[in-house]
Design a protein around this ligand. Sequence first.
Ligand code: NAD
Length: 490
Amino acid sequence: MNIENQNFLDRERWQGRALFGDWQTTAAGVMDVTDPATGAVIASVGVGGPSDIARAAAEARSAQKAWAKTLPTERARILSRAADLLEENRSELIPWIMRESGSIYPKAGIEIGDGALFIRHAATLATQPMGLLIPSIDERTSYAKRVPHGVVGVISPFNFPLVLSVRSIAAALAFGNAVVHKPDPRTPISGGIIIARIFEEAGLPKGVLQVVPGGADAGEAMCIDPNIAMISFTGSARGGSKVAEIAGKHFKKVQLELGGKNSLIVLDDADLDIAASNSAWGAFLHQGQICMATGLILADETIVEALTEKLVAKASDMPAGDPLSHQVTLGPVISDEQVAAIQAIVDDAVAKGARLLAGGTYEGRYYAATVLADVRPGMRAFEEEIFGPVACIASFKTDAEAISLTNDSDYGLAAGVISSDTARALRIADELDVGMVHVNDQTVNGGPFAPFGGPRKSGNGTRIGGPADVEEFTTWKWISVKHAATPYPY
Ligand code: NAD
């Protein structure tokens, strides 16, 4: 499996460039794209600075009105074709995702499969009814219709770069918005170039989608740009807070999909082999670099030791290495800085009395699957999103305590409850102050049909996916029609 198979992606088109109306060079220059597993340079792309963003936003605005007037059936056809192209070119695209983001093969496959599903879902949005006939207080026809915002700025992270970019881009396009997209500079190909290419080949009119890789400066330029009406941001709470501050000041609609510290509550009646498997999947998938990762395993005190033992056995048998040259469970974490950040949180926990039962070590960017037991409030491992392969186990005495430990978190993205008594698990689910709860499953669940997101530091009250898309990516326009104009008192 390699990245030299270039039939579809066609490196010559985009190497050293960004997508404006066409593939062109950027004022800010060129940026190398590196493989986190080996440090090797795998490609280069045009990097965008503020002037490139301004250019992309102006071009997107020029293209948007015609796109909004394109028949919904045609918009749906182009989206469906883009989904087909993603799936048809799966074997060429998967190695790029593995190379660029340190993904193992199954995770890269999920990105292609879910990415296509998000686009197909968006295609159905284009042909939904888009308004209401509303009561009138006089003799007129009054209706309200959902209309696109105009240009939507999409800012996405490195961890699931394809899915987390395309879920915003496709929904925005479906309703007739144009998009300026800024993928994370560490994953501009999976998060940007691949998406640009499928829409280009699917026949999306030039200018409707602009893809400009760049860093925080480019993102902040999007937040102030007068041609951009909405920002759809997926990333950290810190980045999201800055985006909200700047974009809010410039009167833009802001959608924030941020981090999580997600509890998996394991009750005393759970099957412990299954609970251990769920815990391992939730904590270690993609090296724990997932917003919905199981950040805290809360186990009833009567079963916590037995569950811990099973999880340690699993963690001790998880090979880490370059996913393209070995069959591994864990690939590299994204950067040396991230390795240091993980280690600091593990060290803090151990210094404050947590038991390190597996891992806690690394070689280069390969961080070993780690298990910390006796994790308590006051430890960074209890409170902070780690974004590394670290399972943090804490215990509780009563179901009420499990609920309050979950609800006391700064975050509120997802939770899971595992029990053989579904009614009991559901009673707990109802009490959890989070955006998404999975009964008898771990915390990593997503997809195009459900409203995704959560409160507090996980977002700003917006959701993405399913019924939320029309709320987020369109706005109301009220039109009233008198059959003839009538006079007023003066
Ligand atoms: P990050 O906030 O550092 O970066 C995300 C994106 O925001 C990147 O494109 C980055 O260039 C951009 N950015 C950063 N600072 C910015 C600023 N001041 N203005 C404008 N843009 C800015 O996030 P990260 O650490 O790369 O990604 C991991 C984070 O993303 C985690 O916290 C994770 O939980 C979160 N995340 C959330 C979801 C979700 O759907 N809720 C999904 C995946 C990841």
